[in-house]
Design a binder for this molecule. Structure first.
Ligand SMILES: Cc1cc2nc3c(=O)[nH]c(=O)nc-3n(C[C@H](O)[C@H](O)[C@H](O)COP(=O)(O)O)c2cc1C
Length: 308
């Protein structure tokens, strides 16, 4: 099972904490990092990919951008840190990213996507991959990109089967994913809405040749999801709360060291939208936690929920 990149959440402190408390994650793709020209880059300051912060599990740096030579420069710099697998994000649907023709904003331009992949595969010896949606506005965009990438020996193509304009609305479009699955000669990774054992098993039954499945929000809703999917059975009820509590207190401590109390509070509030599923919180219960603005008060209330 792979850990999906979640910008602002699955940074190294989250990843390391997860690996300490949970089994079943084989590889993690980092949240995106911007490519740049050699002269402007100082990748040694990128804490998220610093080798000393990534000792436990294989980590693939994810890059975002659209300038082919910048990819080559950034990859060469990161290779000096010991990395040799890189992923390109062409799926981010955030308006400020799309406007600059980055992330999903490049999907309507398949020749441009090909230019980046061509240069990287010609100029570097790394294992390069892309992570995409089905398109920005329509699914023909994704299908065209997959066709154009077939001649290039990519590490993999990871697909979140929604359009950019959908953001996270609706359900994953598995029929279009099927077309990509039938068409791609590159290995495929699936990413989207795997929240429990049945959704995982149904996916594997329909797409038995996937290279891997990425878990994103499902891990936030249930940090033990990868372990449960691997075992094919949920964690015993009596262990769930204690193990969550151990994971959560470790994570809160680590986050406070890295982000300070105020910085932690906004991350924890975002995370509790997902953790609410683990504890089956009602809307009013979640709301009463999220309206707390004092860090200590928030942590006290959250600890009560975790204790049960
Ligand atoms: C808060 C958030 C941040 C995300 N950040 C990234 C990112 O940095 N790079 C990326 O490729 N995808 C990113 N994604 C997309 C996820 O990696 C994943 O493809 C998507 O959420 C669908 O999978 P899931 O249903 O398992 O979460 C993000 C998604 C969310 C919800």
């Amino acid at each position: 099972m792979w850990l999906a990149p979640l910008h602002g959440i699955t940074n190294y402190h989250f990843r390391n904490c997860l690996y300490r408390h949970v089994e079943g994650i084989d590889v993690a793709v980092t949240p995106f990092l911007p490519v740049g020209a050699a002269a402007q880059l100082n990748v040694r300051r990128w804490r998220d990919v610093a080798p000393e912060n990534n000792t436990t599990c294989e980590t693939i740096p994810q890059l975002i951008g659209n300038n082919p030579p910048h990819f080559v420069d950034t990859i060469r710099e990161l290779q000096k840190l010991g990395y040799n697998r890189f992923n390109w994000n062409i799926g981010c649907p955030a308006a400020q990213v799309v406007r600059k023709q980055r992330g999903c904003g490049i999907m309507p331009h398949p020749a441009w996507v090909e230019d980046v992949v061509k240069l990287v595969t010609e100029e570097t010896d790394c294992r390069f991959s892309v992570k995409m949606r089905l398109g920005l506005r329509n699914t023909d965009e994704g299908i065209e990109i997959v066709k154009r990438l077939n001649p290039y020996p990519l590490d993999f193509i990871a697909v979140h089967p929604r359009l950019g304009i959908q953001q996270y609305e609706g359900v994953p479009d598995l029929d279009t994913f099927q077309k990509i699955y039938d068409l791609s000669t590159n290995p495929l990774i699936y990413s989207g809405d795997i929240f429990d054992i049945p959704s995982y098993q149904q996916l594997l039954a329909r797409f038995p040749n996937l290279m891997a499945v990425m878990l994103g929000r499902g891990i936030l809703r249930n940090p033990f999801l990868a372990e449960e999917l691997r075992a094919g059975t949920p964690l015993p009820e009596e262990m769930r709360r204690q193990r969550f509590s151990d994971f959560y207190s470790d994570y809160v401590d680590m986050l406070r060291q890295v982000r300070g109390e105020q910085g932690s509070l906004s991350v924890l509030k975002e995370l509790w939208h997902y953790f609410a599923h683990f504890f089956c919180l009602t809307e009013p219960e979640l709301h009463s936690l999220l309206r707390l603005t004092d860090y200590s008060e928030f942590c006290g209330r959250a600890a009560e929920i975790v204790r049960g």
